[in-house]
Design a protein around this ligand. Structure first.
Ligand code: PLP
Length: 463
């Protein structure tokens, strides 16, 4: 049976691959600091708190489901990345992971730059006061209108993704009397996965210009000839949720190889190299992400070593973490609605959200953790699958997790590490309303993205 052709979706229960069942944790009430935001803990009554506020109060005030974001943790992670790379490098937060005006302000205050990849993200960034020169514009099919807006706004760089775009950006910039700073995104033939990477000659994907066969070198040749653009560097982004630094090693080696070719052919040393994002976070206790300072040290050493070998001045490095900054800072708070024990299999726990607020499980087979957060429990662990309320059997939030067997409707459960690619990929499937994002810090909470209303839905439906 073709999984993708199945009418109930690729993750229909009948065709789900068997997961690996790990042993239940010895104490279900313990919250692993690896997967929970920095200020998360339990109060004297066993209720989980974040930023000094307990989740029962948050659920009462803001309703469920809701994304609860630990602002203190977000700022700490942003700062850690900033200081790990120091003044000789730039950290661009990848806005696609999660973008809102509050987030843009935090990034600005913490000294980070920002990646956007659509007119909407650009508008959000500018409206929250991010200086245009600290914005990078990405995407494999930017419209002429988006390019026009980005150049007019004065964005610090546009990352060129195709031959058409080299000419398009140069033409638009020239028509505006500008010289736009650009990088060229290349594909280096490194496929990075969570715990491994594959180095290949060619890469079969829509992003970037292939290094193989001299295609990227030809792109550089053309870009250097055009007056409307100033080529400042080469960009490479090798994947996501990566733990193994050796993929970056191969990528850096190949990018520096191109810089050397450019120097030899044109006598130009391009001053910048962007190694992209993709650094992994802990979704479950099995994941062991690296600290920003280790990543910074490793990447800087790799680039320096490669440039010394090629007798090039070491270019200014930039990186683009999205998930690694925002991912661990939020959890999704749900209320349990129904509970269905299936004998000998698992217990289905239905919550008041689902694939509309977290599509990653259905889309990528992603793994998440889950915990009972409105109280503690000494009941035996049960193997649970957390599912949503959508008309789709692939509507799974947590494939396998352990919850106490006395779980009851009305309990609050939370799924940690949902800060990245959850609200930003949320949908209105089944006309479900997208949850709010509530920021908490130092005993205060506030909505930074409000809950959608039925009026919001009906406003778009013009009848
Ligand atoms: C998605 C993306 C990122 C961020 O990836 P994370 O996995 O969130 O770190 C960075 N750069 C580019 C070009 C991307 O497409």
């Amino acid at each position: 049976m073709s999984r993708s052709a199945h009418p109930a979706g690729p993750r229909h229960a009948d065709v789900l691959p068997e997961g690996h069942y790990s042993a239940p944790p010895s104490d279900l009430n313990v919250l692993d600091p690896k997967v929970w935001a920095q200020t998360v803990g339990r109060d004297g009554d066993g209720v989980v708190t974040v930023g000094g506020i307990d989740v029962k109060s948050l659920a009462e005030e803001y309703g469920t489901p809701a994304y609860i974001l630990d602002e203190t943790d977000f700022r700490a992670r942003a700062r850690a990345w900033r200081s790990a790379f120091g003044g000789d490098a730039d950290v661009f937060y990848a806005g696609k992971a999660f973008l809102s005006r509050a987030v843009v302000r935090w990034l600005h205050e913490e000294g980070l730059n920002l990646d956007v990849c659509s007119g909407g993200e650009l508008a959000t960034a500018l409206s929250a006061g991010m200086p245009a020169e600290r914005i990078a514009f990405h995407g494999n099919n930017k419209s002429s209108e988006e390019i026009h807006r980005a150049v007019s706004a004065g964005v610090g760089r546009i990352v060129l993704d195709s031959f058409q775009e080299i000419v398009r950006v140069a033409h638009i910039a020239q028509s505006l009397g500008r010289r736009q700073r650009v990088q060229i995104r290349i594909t280096v033939g490194v496929e990075a996965h969570t715990h491994e990477f594959i180095a290949t000659a060619h890469e079969d994907q829509k992003f970037g210009i292939p290094l193989a066969g001299g295609v990227a070198a030809e792109a550089v040749r053309r870009a250097l000839k055009l007056d409307g653009i100033e080529l400042i560097g080469i960009h490479s982004h090798i994947g996501s949720q990566i733990f193994d630094m050796s993929g970056f090693e191969v990528a850096a080696h190949r990018v520096v190889g191109l810089l050397k070719e450019v120097r030899d052919e044109h006598g130009v040393e391009l001053p910048e190299i962007d190694l992209g994002g993709g650094l992994g976070i802990a979704y479950t206790s099995d994941d062991d992400p690296r600290e920003p300072h280790e990543i910074a040290k490793a990447l800087t050493e790799i680039v320096t070593r490669e440039c010394e070998a090629a007798k090039l001045r070491t270019p200014r490095i930039s990186v683009e973490p999205g998930r690694a900054i925002v991912g661990p800072t939020a959890f999704t708070l749900y209320e349990v609605g129904t509970i269905k024990p299936l004998d000998g299999l698992r217990t289905y726990v239905s919550v008041d959200g689902g694939m509309s607020d977290n599509i990653r499980t259905a889309l990528y087979d992603a793994e998440y953790s889950v915990a009972l957060v409105s109280r503690t429990s000494d009941a035996e662990p049960m193997l649970a699958r957390v599912v949503g309320k959508h008309c789709e059997s692939g509507d799974i939030v947590v494939k396998e997790g352990f919850l106490p067997s006395d779980l009851a409707p009305g309990d609050l459960i939370a799924v940690p590490a949902t800060g990245a690619y959850c609200r930003s990929m949320a949908s209105n499937y089944n006309h479900v309303l997208r949850p709010p994002v509530v920021a908490v810090a130092d005993g205060e909470s506030r909505v930074i993205v409000r809950r959608e209303t039925e009026d919001d839905l009906l406003r778009l439906d013009v009848g």
